[in-house]
Ligand binder design. Structure first.
Ligand SMILES: *[C@@H]1O[C@H](CO)[C@@H](O)[C@H](O)[C@H]1NC(C)=O
Ligand SMILES: *[C@@H]1O[C@H](CO)[C@@H](O)[C@H](O)[C@H]1NC(C)=O
Ligand SMILES: *[C@@H]1O[C@H](CO)[C@@H](O)[C@H](O)[C@H]1NC(C)=O
Ligand SMILES: *[C@@H]1O[C@H](CO)[C@@H](O)[C@H](O)[C@H]1NC(C)=O
Length: 645
């Protein structure tokens, strides 16, 4: 190893000799004199890894935490996504995969401390950076500022959350050593110190005077200017390959004394649909990690395991670029929790500073390629609209957005009639780029094109006056970073036909997940022999776990040969979006707990563009190997990390 002879010089002096250990069950604070943390009266530094419980099924939490512990980490860092726990105002969900208390208990049981990041904004490549989309009911709300309606909602949420957190603080016998306030606030345009001051008081009032509160910002004075605030310990984040001392110099500028902390040391990077899969070499990660540890700094590896954006939870960047279902991140533990070469490289670096726990390493989980599943067509969305939409349509002269319909995720159907004959092709346009985010257009049940935000704002259509125009609009995930987080969905501006604004809409709120899990979808009308593009439709198939193999069921991956784009459920569990024609992700991760051994497993697909079923059998296929790095057939230019910084 290139760095095996490095001398370990801790900036933080480890003189503990005659200190009397504290009397209380636990203390955790900042030692400004010795530039380090102080845990139970002793110098302490953490080597932590990020794990987002919201991206991992609860059954696997312990396995992943144990693998993190066995890598030599002494802490984990996790975000709390507000919108995951308060899907509609005043309805809180902390059960099952959302059981935060259970997650914190498990971390402690495994032997890991916790660095908690409760937001309210978290970024995290998560829908709207974790903020609930119902905040957008106030159309001109200024998120992440002193806006009174925003603050009222934050106060209420934190009034629920923080008292739940309090018993888990280290001072109270729990694993939580530090709590972050907001997230990279210095990167946001608003620079509202009153907002940060308000959050500080709010956190203090619920959590008490002792807990270490901190902020995280990019390692540059430009970020720290608006992100740091007295009373909140300022930390920085930066990736591998850069100048570690220059990055920490930025932190030292605002915190002349106290521990050095890199709160997000990037082990990999995020992906977008249509861009190349991001990878970062283990060697570069190991080299920079060693430099960070050598100066005695605290570090959190972001991500240690990325996991999966199940359902509709992915976020997006601007110009509009949604992130795919996998949040593998090229992290040391794969999306499925498997050990990678990077895991062992990182462990080898940590080993030079800390003792690695003894004992067997939990192995990667086995995968099984079940038989391929023959899919048959059910109703189209248009045919099933009565089943999908409980309350029936809302009549409106002009289109209504998702928040105006009180629906926040998934799909909405907009229906109107052609006001005039279009015997020659006439442009159907969204002149203000108001299709958020993708619209599947059909005339009298025949697909006629796709509009896409920032990519395609006009298509030509034909049809006779009075023909039914159905436009299914997909919310592909809200922007999670920057000014664009007020990301309204649906048709957020008018559509025009030629020069005329289309009017007199029926707007259908759709409960697709409910219809799928209750098995309400029926066989459709006979298949319209179609060209390449077909109208959005459901497909179903089933498969059984082979009997006589005692190790089954196991995790698996599913792929969609020659399918277009859509959403996948198995036994009603929404596994996320697939889009092999755009890539780079071809397979979706299927964790074992969604599978059943006692009944046939039901696979349901909502295919938005066209299934390969006109050529006879169409199948989805299971495989043991994930494919996250393929380019789709309409692949876009290669992705540069520098583009995002
Ligand atoms: C790294 O930054 C430090 C402090 O800003 C500077 O003194 C040093 O020359 C830099 N090292 C390299 C290799 O650029
Ligand atoms: C629509 O049709 C017109 C006339 O045929 C053509 O010039 C134009 O390029 C078409 N637009 C699109 C978006 O296909
Ligand atoms: C649609 O157009 C009408 C008439 O021009 C206008 O009053 C309305 O505000 C527009 N709606 C949106 C969402 O842009
Ligand atoms: C799949 O659907 C069938 C028919 O509705 C049902 O009998 C079966 O229990 C379902 N399987 C699972 C695992 O829910």
């Amino acid at each position: 190893m290139a760095f095996s002879s490095v001398r370990i010089v801790l900036v933080c002096s480890l003189a503990l000799t005659t200190q009397i250990t504290c009397t209380s069950p636990g203390t955790f604070s900042i030692d400004y004199k010795n530039d380090c943390f102080l845990k139970d009266g002793e110098s302490f530094r953490y080597i932590s890894g990020s794990i987002h419980y919201s991206r991992i099924p609860q059954i696997y939490w312990k396995d992943r935490l144990l693998k993190m512990y066995m890598a030599g980490l002494n802490a984990i860092q996790t975000y709390i996504p507000w919108n995951y726990h308060e899907p509609v105002p005043d309805q809180y969900d902390f059960s099952g995969d959302r059981d935060l208390g259970n997650f914190l208990h498990l971390a402690q049981e495994v032997g890991l401390l916790v660095i908690l990041r409760p937001g309210p904004y978290i970024c995290a490549e998560w829908d709207m950076g974790g903020l609930p989309a119902w905040l957008l009911k106030k159309k001109d709300i200024v998120l992440r500022t002193s806006d009174t309606d925003y603050i009222a909602a934050v106060d209420k949420w934190m009034g629920k959350l923080l008292p739940m957190i309090k018993p888990f603080l280290y001072q109270n016998g729990g694993p939580i050593i530090t709590v972050q306030v907001e997230n990279e606030y210095g990167s946001y345009f608003a620079c509202d110190y009153n907002y940060l001051r308000h959050l500080t008081q709010l956190f203090r009032s619920h959590l008490g005077p002792e807990v270490v509160l901190f902020t995280t910002d990019g390692a540059g004075l430009g970020y720290l200017r608006c992100g740091a605030l007295q009373g909140l310990y300022a930390t920085v984040d930066f990736g591998p390959g850069g100048n570690v001392s220059a990055s920490f110099a930025a932190q030292r500028y605002v915190e002349p004394h106290g521990p050095l902390v890199n709160s997000e040391f990037y082990t990999g990077w995020l992906d977008h649909w249509g861009e190349r899969h991001s990878t970062v070499s283990s060697a570069i990660v190991a080299k920079s990690l060693n430099e960070i540890l050598a100066v005695g700094a605290n570090v959190n590896l972001y991500m240690f395991i990325g996991g999966t954006n199940f359902g509709y939870w992915n976020g997006a960047n601007s110009p509009y670029a949604p992130q795919p279902t996998s949040y593998d991140y090229d992290a040391p533990l794969s999306e499925a929790g498997d050990l990678t070469d990077k895991y062992f490289s990182i462990r080898d670096v940590i080993r030079m500073y800390n003792k690695i726990p003894e004992g067997p390493l939990p192995p990667s989980t086995p995968k099984y390629a079940y038989a391929s599943v023959k899919m048959t067509k059910l109703q189209t969305v248009s045919e099933a609209v009565d089943v999908l939409s409980h309350s029936g349509p809302v009549k409106s002269t002009f289109p209504l957005s998702f928040s105006e319909m009180d629906q926040y995720f998934g799909f909405i159907l907009y229906r109107t009639k052609l006001p005039v004959d279009c015997s020659k092709p006439v442009p159907l346009s969204s002149p203000l780029n108001g299709v958020h985010d993708r619209a599947y257009v059909s005339i009298n049940g025949v697909a006629s094109g796709i509009l896409e935000r920032d990519k395609s704002i006009t298509i030509n259509i034909t049809g006779t006056a009075g023909s039914q125009v159905d436009i299914l609009v997909e919310n592909m995930g809200r922007v999670n970073y920057g000014k664009g987080i007020n990301d309204f969905k649906g048709l957020v501006s008018n559509l025009t036909l030629g020069s005329e604004v289309l009017r007199n809409w029926l707007v259908y709120s759709l409960s697709v997940d409910e219809a799928v899990s209750k098995g309400l979808l029926r066989a459709g009308a006979s298949q319209v022999p179609s060209s390449q593009l077909s109208t959005p439709a459901f497909y179903t198939g089933s498969f059984s776990i082979p009997s006589g193999i005692p190790q089954l069921p196991q995790d698996t991956y599913i792929q969609f040969p020659d399918w277009g784009k859509g959403q996948l459920w198995i036994n009603g569990f929404n596994l996320g979006r697939y889009w092999p024609s755009r890539g780079p992700q071809l397979t979706l991760y299927v964790p074992v707990h969604v599978l059943s051994t006692s009944a046939p497993n039901n696979v349901t697909v909502l295919e938005l563009e066209g299934a390969p079923c006109s050529q006879g059998a169409c199948t989805v296929e299971f495989t043991c190997t994930p494919v996250l790095n393929a380019m789709g057939t309409d692949g876009r230019p290669l992705f540069n990390k520098e583009d995002l910084s």
